[in-house]
Structure formats: structure tokens, C-alpha cells
Design a protein around this ligand. Structure first.
Ligand code: NDP
Length: 284
């Protein structure tokens, strides 16, 4: 009798490299999904310092890992250790998911793709004018993905000018969208042509009482308002937007979809997002 020894006694390996990995719940979601889908894979959450990143990638290569996520602070630095980049990762200039394709590690960015997947469930980005609060890593990934999917205009509203101007230039130079930078120094009113408002700042995380300095009465009924914050799922920002009649999108969907997309890259399988969502809610 022949037996597929690999399938019995060896799991395919995936995981995550970051600093501060103790607080990262992705492992719980992904492993729950592997179990629910009968995938013979494991996901290992690894603490990796910046000076260890090259060795960590070399180790994953030597052990034929199917891929790995990269989180803070490795999303940009990891690029020099990879063999190539997907389209949006190249434009964004950051990678959060490396995929083993025929022995080569290719960097993808699923932050923005996860957001886009949530967005597409309620609206089509084509031709939309978007107000984006923030210009950090999450904002950059979301803006590039929305622009590549056809969003036509961006108001990049950020406190610091250098990151805000940099993202505005990136959108104008590398995508077909038109972008305008707004320095966020006082209460911001949503322009009348904007159909989408996104909080991509870190404001509103659990325990943070601060609220975005915007004129919430300028949010119109039916406007699509999204938040990147995962915990709490329904942020004060989304609650205020809902009071104005907005349609809201939680950051929880984005993080679940990112994992769904990563699993598809690594295993080739479409998994049910609900197994990931339920586990994430359970562990949070
Ligand atoms: P960064 O540090 O790269 O960017 C933070 C952004 O928030 C900057 O634009 C910063 O402005 C702005 N900001 C922070 N505090 C304030 C404040 N008090 N007032 C105004 N602006 C402020 O972080 P990331 O982009 O990586 O992450 C942002 C958030 O997105 C985090 O909470 C993270 O957890 C979440 N996230 C969620 C994901 C999901 O799947 N749902 C995926 C990735 C991230 P400035 O430039 O002026 O400092």
C-alpha cells in the first residue's frame, strides 16, 4: 500500500514575521480556517527583530514555506529579501504577504485588497470621489487599491504634511486618479462631491477616546463611510456617521478578507470568511 507520507506527517508551513507579535490575532483566525477547511497547513506567529529579518526569510526559503505575512516594522524592509513584487505591492512600496511561487518569494499587499473586497460588497469604486483620513501604511494601501479599481478622485487629509503630500504625489504619478492634499489642522468638512469617507488613521482604537476632527454634519445620507480600526469593530467614528444616515463598513471585514486572500495565495483554496470572522470575534 502506498501512503502519501508528506500529507500524513508533514504540514505545509506559513506564518508571520513581526515585532510585537504577542498581540497579533491573525494566527488564531488562519489556523481556525485551516482546520475548518481541512487544509494540511500550519501558521506560525514569529517574533522577528529588524536585524533578524533577512535570516527569517532565508529560513522560510530553506524550509520551503508556502509564504508568510509581514507586519510592523518589516513591511518595507522585507522587499530587499524577496524575489519580486505583485502590481499593487510595487506601487504601494510595501509588502504584508509573501507567496512562494515556484520556489520564488513574491511580495503582495493584501491590506488594500482586503479593504477593496469589503468595499465591493456594498459599492463599485469606479468613478468615486473619496475622502481619505490618514496617509500611513493602511491609507496608502487602500488608496492605491481603490485607484487601481477605478476611484477617480482623492482628498488626502492628513495631520503631517510630508506623508500626506507623498501619498498625494504617488496617486497622481502612478495611478489614473486625481489627488489633492489637505493639511488637517482644523475641523474638516466633507466636500460635496465626495461619496466615500474612510478613516485610515489609528484614531479610535480600543481605549482611545479621541474622535476625528471632522464636521460630522457634512456626512450625507447614503454616503459610504469606512473605518480601518478592528477593535472595537463599531468605532465611535462609525457610530457618528450612522447617525447621519451613512452606510458603514467596519475594519473587521478588511482584516478577515486579508487573511482569506493570503490563504488563497498560499493554498490555492477559497475559504469561508465566516470561520475566520467568528474566531477573530471570539479571541478579541
Ligand atoms: P501608520 O502609523 O502608518 O499611520 C497612522 C496614520 O494615523 C497617519 O496618517 C497619522 O497621521 C494618523 N494619526 C495618528 N494619530 C492621529 C491623530 N491623533 N490625529 C490625526 N491623525 C492621526 O499606521 P497604519 O497606517 O499602519 O495603521 C493605521 C491604523 O489602521 C491602525 O489602527 C491599524 O491597526 C489599522 N489597520 C487595520 C487594518 C485592517 O485590516 N483593518 C490593516 C492595517 C492597519 P500623521 O502622518 O500626521 O502622523
Amino acid at each position: 500500500m502506498t501512503m502519501e507520507v508528506g500529507a500524513m506527517f508533514r504540514h505545509e508551513l506559513t506564518g508571520s514575521f513581526s515585532e510585537g507579535s504577542d498581540a497579533n490575532p491573525t494566527v488564531a483566525m488562519v489556523e481556525a480556517s485551516y482546520r475548518a477547511s481541512g487544509l494540511h497547513f500550519r501558521y506560525v506567529n514569529c517574533e522577528v527583530r529588524p536585524d533578524q529579518l533577512g535570516d527569517a526569510v532565508a529560513g522560510a526559503r530553506a524550509m520551503n514555506w508556502k509564504g508568510f505575512n509581514c507586519s510592523i516594522p518589516h513591511k518595507v524592509e522585507v522587499i530587499k529579501h524577496l524575489d519580486g513584487l505583485g502590481e499593487s505591492a510595487a506601487v504601494i512600496g510595501a509588502v504584508n504577504c509573501a507567496v512562494n511561487r515556484d520556489g520564488k518569494f513574491i511580495g503582495e499587499n493584501t491590506d488594500g485588497k482586503g479593504f477593496l473586497m469589503s468595499f465591493m460588497e456594498v459599492a463599485d469604486p469606479k468613478g468615486k470621489a473619496v475622502v481619505l483620513l490618514g496617509a500611513g501604511g493602511a491609507a496608502r494601501a487602500i488608496a492605491v487599491e481603490l485607484a487601481l479599481a477605478g476611484a477617480s478622485k482623492f482628498y488626502v487629509v492628513n495631520r503631517g504634511t510630508s506623508r500626506g503630500e507623498e501619498l498625494t504625489k504617488l496617486l497622481n504619478d502612478k495611478t489614473n486618479a486625481k489627488a489633492e492634499f489637505v493639511e488637517w489642522s482644523n475641523t474638516y468638512a466633507i466636500p460635496t462631491d465626495a461619496e466615500v469617507l474612510i478613516n485610515a488613521t489609528s484614531m479610535g482604537m480600543a481605549g482611545a477616546s479621541e474622535l476625528q476632527d471632522i464636521d460630522f454634519t457634512s456626512i450625507r445620507k447614503g454616503m459610504l463611510v469606512a473605518d480601518v480600526i478592528v477593535n472595537p469593530p463599531h468605532t465611535p467614528f462609525l457610530q457618528k456617521a450612522e447617525e447621519q444616515g451613512a452606510v458603514t463598513l467596519q475594519g473587521l471585514g478588511m482584516v478577515v478578507n486579508q487573511a482569506v486572500i493570503s490563504i488563497k495565495y498560499w493554498t490555492g483554496k477559497d475559504v469561508d470568511p465566516s470561520a475566520l470572522r467568528d474566531e477573530l470575534i471570539r479571541v478579541l
